[in-house]
Write a protein that binds this ligand. Structure first.
Ligand code: ATP
Ligand code: MG
Length: 567
């Protein structure tokens, strides 16, 4: 089901307890001839983030390994927070990640069946209608150290419960006035087993069932039974559901339906990253970011717009592994997998982000020529292209120092360097603007060094990228940094919120970058390595006259490191 290519990045992941669990069930024929069936169950209340990518890779990946099937099931039991926009975006993101589902399902498809099962439990004396308010229910529930108290409505007769529940469904009662609860054990050490709510009254329009229902099942009453209806054999979910597993089993056992098995694994957490739809929604709604697909967001659509690839995300998730305890992964690890992938696949191009004009005084005015450049030195099959060269070019401001510090090997007066694939040039003089900044560097070139080699074997210590001034395209470059400035963005001092941990410098816009003209043909989401600068991806905000590139990641800059050490 995956798009191939993963194995080139990393060896197959080591075995893990989920895989072993399934293998054991296959070996013992726990489910007879039934195929291994998994599901991915997002709630359509936001866009998918990279934490969901982990669950997706587990659900789809393991089913695939065992020749099984995976359903996509929307857990749409909460009409107030759910929207069609999210349903569409989630499907698009799963496909982008490289997976496809067997069946597209919705928990709301099962509302009729779930209602019948609720009636069955009422008739069996296993469920009752409670008139306590939500606050009272909370008070009666007790705490981790104290048992709960029975509701005064707990011992209603089956007839009365049946009558009230049917009338709840008919819409006779206002929101919040009554709930249906499972009759389990108010003294259970597991709070989830203290007569959990099964149904609540909510006169809300649902994105699929409209106004057909005014009672909605709780997650716990919907999830296990939905698994059972779909004959899900292995229902894998993150650890916070572990305490819900006894309830998951209780419903299935009481109803005598297909015994799906829930298994929990650790949630993915990444430094400098928030993975909670509720908080991501807040960032969107309060406009701290430009939308769910802002390239700084850890959503799949944000990462995609930033230039991340599904292959790298899958490799990262596989390398992060699964465990039975929650941990935290360094964001550098994700970046490592992405650089590795792009280094192998991204076409090279020359782009000057902070341009400084260089005039080659002995290069004939009006002359121009094409130099041949390899598209990707890591991949000879990517071929070559022609790049125009002329008398005036741009180089990076950082590639010239009028007074070079020690160990500075780039261009400075009297120093010779190589312009990649073009010529050796030597700086002769500078021209300054009114404020005393270097506005132009005047150089001479060695015509014999065409292609970047000198026939006399002369060596230079630096090779620099450049763009011909006359042919350059001006573009906007968006430089992204981490969205949060704290490794744990959720860690806040008293009186502050996670918003106080936002990095004020997470986006820098450069408007005057100079690009080689071949980039005019770039299409949205095309990814490049701008030589010596970093990885970039064409943003959908681009127009033919104004290209916008997002920086996916910087290359590791050795000079920045030397400078940092020295300071
Ligand atoms: P959030 O906490 O961001 O709101 P959620 O768990 O409420 O996420 P769901 O739509 O309910 O989001 O999640 C769908 C599936 O994805 C669930 O099985 C859940 O266990 C899994 N999942 C969500 N976040 C993570 C994560 N960070 N790491 C691994 N799995 C996750
Ligand atoms: Mg959830």
């Amino acid at each position: 089901m995956t798009n191939g290519n993963t194995e080139t990045i990393d060896a197959r992941p080591a075995s893990n307890f989920l895989r072993e669990h399934i293998a054991e069930d296959v070996r013992t024929r726990k489910y007879g001839d039934a195929v291994i069936q998994t599901r991915f169950p997002p709630e359509p209340n936001g866009y998918l983030h990279i934490g969901h990518a982990k669950a997706i890779c587990i659900d789809f990946g393991l089913a695939d390994e065992f020749a099984g099937k995976t359903n996509l099931r929307f857990d749409d039991t909460n009409p107030e927070k759910e929207e069609q926009e999210y349903v569409d975006a989630i499907q698009q993101d799963i496909r982008w990640l490289g997976f496809d589902w067997e069946k597209l399902c919705f928990a709301s498809d099962y509302f009729g069946q779930l209602y019948e099962w609720a009636i069955q439990l009422v008739k069996a004396g296993k469920a009752y209608v409670d008139d306590l308010t939500a606050d009272e229910i909370r008070l009666y529930r007790g705490t981790l150290t104290e048992p709960g108290k029975d509701s005064p409505y707990r011992n209603r007769s089956v007839e009365e419960n049946l009558d009230l529940f049917v009338r709840m469904k008919k819409g006779e009662f206002p929101d919040g006035s009554r709930v249906l609860r499972a009759k389990i054990d108010m003294a259970s050490p597991n709070l989830n087993m203290r007569d959990p709510v099964m149904y609540r009254i909510l006169h809300a329009t649902h994105h699929r069932t409209g106004d057909e229902w005014c009672i909605y099942p709780m997650y716990d009453f919907a999830h296990g039974q939905s698994d059972s209806i779909e004959h899900v054999t292995h229902s894998m979910c993150s650890l916070e559901f572990a305490d819900h597993q006894p309830l998951y089993r209780w419903y299935i056992e009481q109803l005598g339906i297909f015994p799906s098995q829930q298994i929990e694994f650790d949630r993915l957490s990444i430094t400098y990253t928030l993975l909670s739809k509720r908080r991501l929604l807040q960032l969107v709604q309060e406009k701290h970011v430009s939308g769910w697909d802002d390239p700084r967001m850890p959503t799949l659509s944000g990462l995609r717009r930033r230039g991340f690839t599904p292959e790298a995300i899958r490799s990262f998730v596989a390398a992060a592994g699964v465990s039975r305890t929650n941990g935290i992964v360094d964001i550098e690890m994700l970046e490592h997998f992405q650089r590795d992938d792009l280094n192998r696949r991204a076409s090279r191009a020359m782009a000057v982000l902070h341009p400084l004009k260089v005039v080659i005084d002995n290069y004939p005015e009006g002359q121009e020529e094409m130099v041949e450049v390899q598209n990707n030195p890591e991949d000879p099959s990517a071929g070559t292209r022609q790049v125009p060269f002329s008398r005036e070019i741009y180089i990076e401001q950082d590639d010239f120092r009028e007074v070079p510090p020690p160990k500075y090997y780039r261009l400075s007066p009297g120093k010779e360097v190589r312009l990649r694939n073009a010529y050796f040039i030597t700086a002769q003089s500078v021209q300054k603007d009114a404020t005393g900044n270097v506005a132009e560097v005047h150089c001479t070139y060695d015509p014999a060094s065409r292609g970047g080699q000198s026939p006399d074997g002369r060596r230079v210590k630096s090779t620099m990228h450049w763009v011909s001034a006359r042919h350059a395209m001006t573009a906007e470059i968006r430089i992204y940094d981490k969205l949060f400035s704290k490794p744990d963005p959720g860690e806040v001092e008293e009186g502050k919120t996670f918003l106080d941990n936002l990095n004020p410098n997470s986006l820098e816009i450069l408007s005057g970058a100079k690009l080689e003209p071949s980039l005019a043909g770039a299409r949205v989401e095309d990814r490049f390595q701008f030589e010596r600068v970093g990885y970039f991806c064409l943003d959908p905000d681009s127009t033919p006259g104004n290209l916008v590139f997002n920086r996916t990641l910087a290359l590791k800059d050795s000079w920045a490191k030397i400078e940092k050490k020295a300071s």
